[in-house]
Design a protein around this ligand. Structure first.
Ligand code: C2E
Ligand code: MG
Ligand code: MG
Length: 414
């Protein structure tokens, strides 16, 4: 039996603001209509509506998911050709996203919400995101993902994004964190929150982490060759801290790779099996791996172990940072955590810094490093290299304090 599918796709004109400056408001308002016309001319039966000046929504029925993927690709290609306005040709940069589900399985409103969520992802990841909502029950989801995982690495579906950590006093990029993503051929982009636990449960986390380490060592070398010898941190699951084979392989790779690598671990992971975790962390430390404690304050915590760990950095969990300037308690917790870490001779990173106000408060509190959407979202290695080049220019050019004076809009799109 063939299943009918319904898809809601969104196309957003990413360079709308600059086109509006160039073309004038009245002409720019006609851009979305031009998109609608081109799309309906390209695919029969397509319903297209301009839902905002820079956003067009498409609705399409189809008999299978592959046909939907083809339709989205046809639209993407159709929009690549320049558009003519008042005798001039203009290129529209389109961010594309879609959500699809079998007819009757999903309410319309959910389909639209999922398409909007996919658009947000597409903006952040600079790629087309297609969400398939047919996966059914969570149990089915988990099983199918676990099944797909082993080949995902081999097929090159995993990739890394880098998020810088910025040193507050020195006002320069101090290091970066590598975050793994899975570009699933049918389900689109999957973030680690949805597959790391599965990888742990199905004993595939060691292979995934060693793959990550190889990639990061290679990327770190590229950065070093460009004169930016930054430490790159990777996240290490608690399970791996007591896995002797993993520890030996990781130490060997780092020693042979000769790259500056850091490991982010959580305290909860240490508390599970403190003896072997602490012994293995010392091994990591001996081969020159910088240890950072991740998500501090979010899980189990023990001051007795904290002072035993060969950690040089403490990362305060974003749950304390996101509400920093609107909460009464969070600033007190953050302040005392910074003092505690300094007493233990660790540097402090605040993760989840999204606003200038939070950055200002953290600066006053003596926080050493900040990481968050205000400074940069996680970005591809190419974008990160461009970010570093640009940073170098700005820092060298108009004074070392220019970085923190950039408008928030710059940081978000960098
Ligand atoms: P984490 O290590 O604490 O990473 C920080 C998470 O916060 C990342 O989510 C990042 O994208 C997000 N984030 C960064 N800045 C902001 C901000 O300003 N506001 C908000 N709201 N969020 C921000 P992501 O990439 O989805 O990663 C989630 C978690 O997945 C990570 O938390 C880490 O525990 C785990 N993870 C990621 N990559 C790996 C990996 O290679 N191996 C293992 N074992 N775990 C990984
Ligand atoms: Mg981390
Ligand atoms: Mg964290």
């Amino acid at each position: 039996m063939t299943v009918a599918w319904r898809v809601v796709a969104l196309a957003e004109i990413a360079n709308f603001a600059s086109l509006r400056r160039h073309l004038g408001r009245l002409c720019a308002d006609r851009l979305s209509t031009a998109l609608v016309d081109r799309a309906t001319g390209c695919i029969a039966g397509l319903r297209a509506t301009a839902v905002a000046r820079s956003l067009v929504e498409f609705e399409l029925g189809s008999t299978d998911l592959a046909a939907i993927e083809t339709a989205v690709e046809m639209l993407r290609v159709a929009f690549e050709a320049p558009f003519e306005f008042e005798g001039d040709r203009h290129k529209l940069e389109i961010t594309f996203a879609a959500a699809a589900a079998p007819v009757g399985s999903t309410e319309d409103v959910r389909l639209v919400e999922e398409a909007e969520g996919a658009l947000e992802q597409a903006r952040a990841e600079f790629r087309t995101v297609l969400r398939d909502l047919s996966a059914g029950t969570p149990a089915f989801d988990r099983l199918s993902l676990i099944r797909d995982l082993p080949d995902a690495i081999a097929r090159g579906e995993m990739f890394l994004q880098y998020q810088p950590k910025v040193h507050v006093r020195r006002q320069e990029i101090a290091s970066a964190e590598a975050l793994v993503r899975w570009q699933h051929p049918r389900r689109g982009l999957i973030l680690p929150g949805d597959f790391i636990t599965l990888a742990e449960e199905s004993r595939q986390i060691d292979a995934l982490t060693l793959w990550t380490l190889d990639r990061v060592i290679a990327d770190q070398r590229i950065l070093r060759a460009e004169g930016r010898d930054l430490t790159i941190f990777i996240n290490i699951s608690g399970q791996l801290l007591s896995d002797a084979e993993f520890v030996a392989s990781a130490c060997r790779k780092v020693r042979e790779g000769g790259a500056k690598i850091g490991f982010e671990i959580t305290e909860t992971a240490v508390i599970r099996d403190p003896q072997s975790a602490i012994a293995n962390l010392r091994k990591f430390d001996e081969v020159g791996i910088t240890i950072a404690i991740d998500d501090y304050g979010a899980g189990l915590s023990s001051l007795a172990y904290l002072k035993e760990l060969p950690a040089r950095e403490l990362k305060i969990d974003k749950m304390f940072i996101l509400q920093l300037t609107s909460s009464n308690r969070d600033p007190l917790i953050v302040r005392s955590t910074i003092d505690l870490a300094h007493a233990l001779e660790m540097e402090v990173t605040a993760e989840g810094v999204e606003t200038q106000a939070a950055l200002a408060l953290l600066t006053v509190m003596g926080c050493d490093m900040v990481q968050g959407y205000l400074l940069s979202r996680p970005i591809s290695i190419e974008a990160f290299r461009a970010f570093l080049r640009d940073d170098k220019l700005k820092l060298g050019g108009d004074g070392r304090d220019s970085m923190f004076k950039r408008p928030a809009s710059f940081w978000r799109t960098a």
